[in-house]
Write a protein that binds this ligand. Structure first.
Ligand code: TPP
Length: 359
C-alpha cells in the first residue's frame, strides 16, 4: 500500500485504488486529460459528492443532529485548493470544502464520525459538523466567524518562518459573503504587509445565506481588491475543473516561489441550500440558467465521456469505488459509541477544577 504524503495509512486518501485506475488509457489519437491531476481531482470530487449526498439523506432521515452543509457545485474549486498542498503546508478549509479536505488527506471516516457524534472522531463527538481539524497535519480547525481563518493562517505562516522552515505555503478559502467582513480585511492586509506565502481562494457562489451579490458588495469584481491589498489576483470559472487546477495550481506555485500573496476568485452557483435545512427557493430560474450555475462534476464527467478519456466501464468503477468508500466510512462510524455526558472530563470554556468548585 502506498503511503500518502502525510505518512498516514488512512482508510481513504492517497491509497485509494481508484487513483491507480484513474489513468488515461494510452490510445493513439485520443487526447489526454487537460491537466495532469485531472483524474485524481475528479476522483476526489466524486467522493465528496457521493459522501455529501449520503450525508444529506441521513440528515433528512433524522439521523444527524445539528446542521449539514455541503459543497455541491463547489467541488472543482475545492479540490484544486487541497490537491497541490503538501506536507508542511497549512490548509484552512471552510464548510464547502470536503473535496479539498479529502484531497489533502482527511480520512473520510473521520468526517462520518464527526457528523454521527462518534467518540472516536476528531471532535470526540462534541461537534456536529464542520469544525474538525488535524492541526498536526497542517489542516486547521475552522473558526465559524467568517474571515477569522485568514489571520490564523497568516500567524501560522509567520511562526513557520520564525522557526526557519522553508518551502511551505498556506491556503485558505472564503466565500464572497465572508469577503465582506472586517476580519477578512485585516487578514488580507497583514498577509501582504508580512509577505507570507499565502493563497486565498474566494468562491463567489452568488449567495450568502439568501443574500444575493448586489446586497453584498458594490464593486465590479472582487478580484479588483487584490491590487488594493498588495495581492496578485486571478479569476477562474469555478465550474471548469481544468481551469480551477490551472489557476489555483499556478497560484500555489507562485506563492511557493516567493511571489506576493495570491487571491483567486472563482465564480459558481451554490447548487444546494446554505445548509440542508434551506430549500434555496430564493434562487430564481433565471439565475439557475446562468453559465456559472452549471454543475462542475457533471461538466467534468461530460468532458471525460465526450473526449473518450476513459471508457464507461472505468467511470462506473470509479463511481462504485466512491460509493463503497462512503458506505464503509458511515458503517464504521455508526457502530462506534457516542460520548457519555457523565463520563466526560472535558470543559469548553473552563477547567474541570473550576467546574467542580462551582457545583
Ligand atoms: C462574522 C460572521 N458573520 C455572520 C456569520 C453567519 N454566517 C455563517 S455562514 C454565512 C454566509 C456565508 O456566505 P459566504 O461567505 O458567501 O459563503 P457560502 O455559505 O455562500 O459558501 C453567514 C452570514 C458568521 N459565521 N460569521
Amino acid at each position: 500500500m502506498i503511503e500518502n504524503f502525510l505518512g498516514s495509512t488512512a482508510d481513504v486518501g492517497y491509497n485509494r485504488p481508484m487513483l491507480q485506475t484513474a489513468r488515461p488509457k494510452e490510445k493513439p489519437g485520443i487526447a489526454g486529460p487537460p491537466h495532469e491531476r485531472y483524474f485524481d481531482a475528479f476522483g476526489w470530487m466524486l467522493l465528496a459528492r457521493t459522501f455529501e449526498e449520503k450525508l444529506a439523506s441521513l440528515y433528512r432521515g433524522g439521523r444527524i443532529t445539528g446542521g449539514v452543509y455541503v459543497g455541491k457545485g463547489q467541488e472543482a474549486v475545492s479540490v484544486a485548493c487541497g490537491i497541490f498542498l503538501r506536507k508542511g503546508d497549512v490548509f484552512a478549509p471552510l464548510i464547502r470544502d470536503q473535496a479539498g479536505r479529502s484531497a489533502f488527506g482527511e480520512p473520510l471516516v473521520d468526517v462520518a464520525r464527526t457528523y454521527l457524534g462518534s467518540r472516536q472522531g476528531p471532535m470526540r463527538g462534541r461537534d456536529g459538523n464542520i469544525h474538525r481539524g488535524r492541526p498536526r497535519e497542517g489542516q486547521l480547525a475552522m473558526i465559524s466567524h467568517l474571515g477569522a481563518m485568514i489571520s490564523v493562517v497568516v500567524g501560522s505562516l509567520m511562526a513557520k518562518r520564525w522557526r526557519g522552515e522553508k518551502g511551505f505555503i498556506g491556503l485558505t478559502t472564503i466565500g464572497e459573503g465572508g469577503m465582506q467582513t472586517g476580519s477578512t480585511h485585516e487578514g488580507l492586509n497583514i498577509a501582504a504587509v508580512e509577505q507570507v506565502p499565502l493563497v486565498v481562494v474566494a468562491t463567489n457562489n452568488h449567495f450568502a445565506y439568501s443574500t444575493p451579490n448586489e446586497r453584498e458588495f458594490a464593486c465590479q469584481a472582487l478580484v479588483d481588491r487584490a491590487l488594493g491589498y498588495g495581492f496578485e489576483g486571478y479569476e477562474v470559472d469555478g465550474t471548469d475543473l481544468a481551469a480551477c487546477l490551472d489557476v489555483i495550481g499556478s497560484a500555489v506555485k507562485r506563492a511557493r516561489a516567493g511571489r506576493p500573496p495570491q487571491l483567486v476568485v472563482a465564480s459558481i452557483l451554490r447548487l444546494a441550500g446554505h445548509g440542508e435545512h434551506d430549500d434555496f427557493s430564493y434562487v430564481t430560474e433565471d439565475i439557475r440558467k446562468q453559465p456559472f450555475a452549471r454543475d462542475c462534476l457533471q461538466l467534468a464527467e461530460r468532458f471525460i465521456t465526450e473526449n473518450k478519456l476513459v471508457d464507461a466501464e472505468t467511470l462506473r468503477a470509479w463511481r462504485d469505488q466512491a460509493a463503497q468508500e462512503v458506505e464503509q466510512a458511515f458503517s464504521t462510524a455508526q457502530k462506534e459509541p457516542v460520548p457519555e455526558g457523565t463520563e466526560e472530563d472535558w470543559c469548553a470554556i473552563s477547567t474541570r477544577v473550576l467546574c467542580d468548585q462551582a457545583e
